[in-house]
Design a binder for this molecule. Structure first.
Ligand SMILES: Cc1ncc(COP(=O)(O)O)c(C=O)c1O
Length: 418
């Protein structure tokens, strides 16, 4: 367990939740989500910095509402996320929609909602200008610097699909000018789980320099990507040091320019990652000769990070006798693929069928990336509130309900209401 992420809650509490609500279940801690938000909002003292939460990390409406209550706005990456935030009562000025191969219908829907459209290609900028002349938008720039915990989430490198090339910015300005469209902001996002803070500082410089192409900028958005430590020996990101270095650069910029801009960052993982865990039950203990597997009732359909990114999540047996001798296990899921292993060579007290495991630091990119693969039902979600109560924030569907819903959605059987 990482010293920066001590075990976040009394394991007996988790055990009680697993026994009461069943597994697999994601559990989130409201107090950690709020603490993380407050650490961010307290960071930059004299610089106009605002924070957006990247909804893709965890879009449970209860979590979005907690974060809204802490005063953050939202970074959304789909029209559906825009609608979700709007339905939850967020003011459109506090919603940025960073599009990625958006359709006309999504563009027009989002523009009607009045949210800030952040456009990432000249092609889309052209259709936006033609459809919404006289309006305003933001543009996403490809900064040619990328970073991330895995190559799959490095979004700023030269070959990235995201953002408008720097050498096309003059063309972008000519395009918007010819349609009387104002670029009110510029944005870049170099990747998720940044390994080198210097890369983020470099990107900040790139955007500050790019701002010279525009004369009515209201904001510059530096994206998200602040990492959390997952492995016991991962270095924690030194947020204060980063904010100090960024402040110096931003202050210098404000001193030297006439632009009256606000700066944004849009982290997701850092806010919710360590606030969530996935509870699962061991249903099979299997000695395969060279390895012993703990087989569980979840898998990469519910937490894809280990299979997709070789990501590490700490796994704790919350029901084993603490004094039992340590054994080494691979923790496997119930999906019919050999890659469905949630943790390899983990030392744990001797574990048995019926034990409960907590897979830690699973609050970000856990449930939002979950699927029905192998036709399995989704996990439930439980929130432990600040007052210490726990409440279901997404109901579990039984296998029977889940299959019934699928049959109805596909139209092969008609619901009784149709
Ligand atoms: C445009 C954009 N902004 C922000 C984020 C949030 O990243 P993270 O959760 O690493 O802070 C992402 C995720 O990759 C993203 O695509």
């Amino acid at each position: 367990m990482h010293p920066a992420n001590p075990f976040p809650v009394d394991p007996d509490r988790l055990l009680a939740i697993a026994q009461k609500w069943g597994t697999p279940t994601y559990v989130y801690l409201e107090n950690i989500i709020r603490e993380q938000c407050r650490k961010l909002t307290g960071l930059f003292k004299n610089i106009p910095v605002s924070w957006l939460y990247a909804v893709k990390a965890n879009d449970n409406p209860h979590i979005i509402s907690i974060i809204a209550d802490e005063g953050l706005g939202f970074d959304t990456v789909s029209y559906e996320e825009v609608l979700l935030c709007r339905k939850l009562g967020t003011d459109p000025d506090n919603i940025f929609y960073t599009e990625n191969n958006m359709t006309d219908a999504e563009m027009n829907g989002a523009a009607k909602e009045g949210v800030i459209l952040n456009i990432g290609s000249l092609d889309r900028l052209k259709s936006y200008c033609e459809t919404w002349p006289g309006s305003s938008c933001s543009i996403r720039i490809k900064p040619d610097v990328g970073d991330g915990h895995h190559a799959k989430v490095d979004t700023g490198n030269q070959d990235s699909k995201f953002g408008i090339r720097m050498d096309l910015l003059k063309e972008a300005v000519a395009l918007v000018d010819s349609h009387n469209v104002t670029i009110r902001g510029i944005h870049a996002h170099i990747g998720s789980g940044i390994q080198e803070p210097e890369n983020l500082l470099y990107e900040i410089n790139v955007l500050l320099e790019a701002s010279q192409y525009f004369n009515s900028l209201e904001f510059i958005n530096f994206g998200g990507g602040i990492p959390i430590p997952y492995r016991p020996d991962d270095d924690a990101f030194n947020l204060e040091r980063f904010a100090g270095l960024a402040s110096d650069r931003l202050q210098k910029y404000l001193d030297e320019t006439d632009q009256k801009v606000r700066f944004y960052f849009e982290p997701g993982r850092w806010i919710v990652g360590s606030a969530g865990m996935l509870l699962t039950q061991v249903n099979t203990v299997k000695d395969q000769g060279r390895k012993t597997y703990l087989g569980t009732d979840t898998g990469f359909n519910h937490l894809i990070r280990p299979a997709l990114y070789d990501a590490y999540h700490e796994i704790v047996n919350i029901s084993a006798n603490k004094d039992a001798p340590l054994r080494t296990y691979d923790v496997a899921g119930n999906i019919c693929e050999s890659g469905d292993v949630l943790g390899k060579e983990r030392s744990m007290p001797e574990s048995r069928t019926g034990d409960y495991l907590a897979i830690l630091d699973a609050g970000a990119y856990g449930m939002t990336m979950a699927s029905h693969y192998n036709r399995r039902a989704m996990p439930a979600e439980v929130l432990i509130t600040e007052q210490g109560f726990h409440k279901i924030i997404r109901k579990r569907k039984s296998p029977e309900q889940s299959v019934e819903e699928y049959l109805q959605d596909t139209g092969i059987v008609q619901s009784e209401n149709n």
